[in-house]
Ligand binder design. Sequence first.
Ligand SMILES: [Zn+2]
Length: 335
Amino acid sequence: MIMKYIDMHCDTLSIGLAQHKETITKLENSMADIDRLYQAGNGAQFFAMFVPQRDMPKWYGMEEMPEHEVLLQMMSDTFWETIKENENRMAFAQSYEKMQENLREGKLSAFLTMENGFAVRGKMENLKKFHEMGVGLITLTWNDPNCFGQNHSMDRTLMQMGLTDFGKEAVRYMNELGMIVDVSHLSDGGFYDVAEFSKKPFVASHSNCRELSPATRNLTDDMIRVLANKGGVAGINFEPTFLNWNQEDIHSRVSRMCDHVEHFIKIGGEECVGIGTDFDGIGGKFEIHDCTKMDLFFEELHRRKISDRVIEKIAFSNVARVIKESMKASEKCMV
Ligand SMILES: [Zn+2]
């Protein structure tokens, strides 16, 4: 069962960097390089530029950590080089219209996103700069506090802390520019601030249900309701510790992914759930070891008597709707 699907998060650009490759067309041990995505029937992939905040050269297989600006440039070079190398089968997108055009031409859409708004460094003009660079979504924090606000945490006090004044203003400006606000990795307080200050639907690009897996990266039932009421979508993450109740269990199982899908639907309705695999950013023992096995996920949803209409929404239309409502192409970034 090959389904056209949209995946809101992968870290394949980071893997490309770590393997010192100019493009991510063909990578060793990748879960979502272009060859595999094409084989999988992927309709649109969000490629995250991950910005480590603490020095973690290991992440990129480097001896020294380059400046964040340099790192971003390296990843964006890889992104654009990859599109050039695959122009017959993939194309850039920063809007719903462009994605539809790419689909009509039989091309996979490549969206550029940023994981960790740290690189914005508290300056509105940087948001504009990144939008012009092609960025269509920003994951406001990673696992440290930054100019936007507080990250998720086991510490209850920190978890209640929210966005900074800059963060609140920035959410509004992102709405205006047409960049999707992503609350994955954010604190609970930050989540509620985004819900209050965002006028547009927002996403938790790669987060699951906390009721089924206690990881602080996941959403509580109340947050799922709020997200759904705002027209937002959460993307099912394939990381074992975000899927399983037992945090020691390193198995990423298809049945558990579908449990989370069903829980999202039960709490927030059939419009609030999509896909955010986190391919190339996760570890464990996988039933879906790369994107070419995505059919296992769709088949299991089918087996559970979820209708084709709803499966299509989960795979594609829910996220497509948020792209339509919350993302706008920068006039300066017309490719
Ligand atoms: Zn992440």
